[in-house]
Write a protein that binds this ligand. Structure first.
Ligand code: CO8
Length: 278
């Protein structure tokens, strides 16, 4: 039967990918379709992170987490805005009782608990919760015109999803303090210099570069990548001695996998390793 392109995009594709989303576009990218791709899609509000949007991001991440084909995930926005923060209009009339009692926005944390590697591809504004969302990811790539900031102070509040913690660990105390206390933004170049982002790309190449990075990651053992991610993340939680101990144990644990054997055997046999994720 006849399926139009529009019918495929609007009706069939979301169904095939397991869910209809209102605020995000979800698909699999890369030559082997092994990179989960989430695009924030609320252009009129500069991708302000309303509750519904963050819930959908959580659902998409849940789906990618159990998808055996997916080895890495890319989160991006539009050329103009990665995300301009939590939705101020949604927060405007909230009370303390509602926020504390309902554990307001607790589910945002899902992005930082995904076990598969997550890359943020940031074009345009990454402000407030948008900057925090990027920092919950494992790797940040920035487009040349990206701007990062924690402007909550200008709204009479403070960052609430890691902006005072992850930013400080990423860029150091002085710059983090300045950003959080003045609300001033930094450019992609400053973000690169300070260690917040690992790569700057031309605006129109950002997404494909991030997907390429995702493909590189996805071509390795997913099992061992999860161990590597766990070990690096431990550096933010543990003392050096504890972190080195955990790393050593995880390193030992790789010797229980077939992928470790395959990787070293492939090297010795001068061929490309074929990892089976076991
Ligand atoms: N929330 C809701 N709507 C927004 C937001 C936002 N964060 N940002 C932009 N918009 C809307 C605007 O209201 C406007 O809508 P409308 O046309 O209906 O008036 C539309 O997007 C376009 O915005 P502008 O007209 O303002 O566009 P400009 O190009 O003039 O300016 C800016 C772009 C500089 C990005 C500007 O929109 C801005 O300053 N936005 C707010 C940035 C901000 O303060 N972000 C921080 C929000 S607070 C936060 O994120 C706290 C996170 C806590 C998380 C806690 C989790 C547990």
């Amino acid at each position: 039967f006849f399926v139009t392109l529009r019918m495929w995009r609007v009706v069939l594709k979301p169904l095939v990918l397991g869910g209809q989303y209102e605020y995000i576009l979800v698909e699999k990218r890369g030559e082997n379709k092994n990179v989960g791709f989430i695009q924030l899609n609320r252009p009129k509000a500069l991708n302000a992170l309303c509750d519904g949007l963050m819930k959908e991001v959580g659902q998409a991440l849940d789906a990618f987490e159990v998808d055996k084909e997916v080895g890495a995930i890319v989160i991006t926005g539009s050329d103009r805005a990665f995300a301009a923060g939590a939705d101020i209009k949604e927060m405007q009339n909230r009370t303390f009782q509602e926020c504390y009692g309902g554990n307001f926005l607790a589910h945002w944390n899902r992005v930082s608990t995904v076990r598969k590697p997550v890359i943020a591809a940031v074009n345009g504004f990454a402000l407030g919760g948008g900057c925090e969302l990027a920092m919950m990811c494992d790797i940040i790539y920035a487009g040349e015109k990206a701007q990062f900031g924690q402007p909550e102070i200008l709204l009479g509040t403070i960052p609430g999803a890691g902006g005072t913690q992850r930013l400080t660990r990423a860029v150091g105390k002085s710059l983090a303090m300045e950003m959080v206390l003045t609300g001033d933004r930094i450019s992609a170049q400053e973000a690169k210099q300070s260690g917040l982002v690992s790569k700057i790309c031309p605006v129109d190449q950002l997404v494909s570069e991030a997907v390429k990075c995702g493909e590189k990651i996805a071509s390795n053992s997913k099992l061992v990548s999860a161990m590597a991610k766990e070990a690096v993340n431990a550096a933010f939680e543990l003392t050096l001695a504890e972190g080195n101990h955990l790393e050593k144990r995880l390193f030992h644990a790789t010797f229980a996998t077939n992928d470790r054997k395959e990787g070293m055997t492939a090297f010795v046999e001068k061929r490309k390793a074929s990892f089976q994720d076991d």
